[in-house]
Design a binder for this molecule. Sequence first.
Ligand SMILES: *[C@@H]1O[C@H](CO)[C@@H](O)[C@H](O)[C@H]1NC(C)=O
Length: 257
Amino acid sequence: MKRSAVYLVVVTLFGYSSCQHAKSSQEDPCQTKARVVGDETYCDRYWECVNGQPELYDCPNGLVFAGKNRGVTEGCDYPWRSNYCDGKQRANPPIGTEHCGWLYGIFGHETSCTRYWTCWNGTANEQLCIGGLLYNERTHACDWPENVDGCQKHPLCNDDPNGNVPLGKSCNRYWQCQGGYPRLQRCPAMLVFDRHSLRCVVPPTEDCDVPSTIPPPPQEEEEENIPKGRENKGNQQQEFLNLPPGAIPAGKGRPRN
Ligand SMILES: *[C@@H]1O[C@H](CO)[C@@H](O)[C@H](O)[C@H]1NC(C)=O
């Protein structure tokens, strides 16, 4: 009899104190201008003021709360974009589908260093890193091969880590492999890339005539041979300005390589 009374008191005290604690630390969304606040404990949850009452919501699976009108959908964002989860946990476990670790996210490819998956509500879309870049698991973006652990060498350079590789049907651009890392290069003026000797030569060759002295309009030549990545285009443009010593810039005013 005495024992169970003590037990009851303990439960009551514990319940009371934890309730007090939750109330004091969790911000009430109805007291804020945005009417939405992140959960104190879980970074993938938020509270929204609905009809004057705080209601708890989960971010779409794989995303974490970023703030009203922020992130990629419903105020939620990819967790690696900021320190959203510092000092917090996630309430929800991953829901995986084919190629997707979570319903929403960006994931590495199972068999390729140049490909990756973007997942939206569990539907995977295959993406390609262009311009000799590889998918970097750490930044979830395309990156120079030397920054990508485990994928340092590019498949383009498999045959010869220091050889040249034709770029589609291009007559003046080619890949130069440097220790397995491909670099986009352009033949000096008036020379064309010969796909047999793998060097810049005086034209004509089997495939290439004497180059026109009139520069082709931007984006005109052989763009179809470069796979178009949907992500990180701006990033890649920047990267191309950063060619290694000795590289010949691919031309001014060109939107892409
Ligand atoms: C996500 O997909 C499920 C079924 O696959 C569907 O019921 C749901 O409406 C989708 N959600 C969004 C936000 O598109």
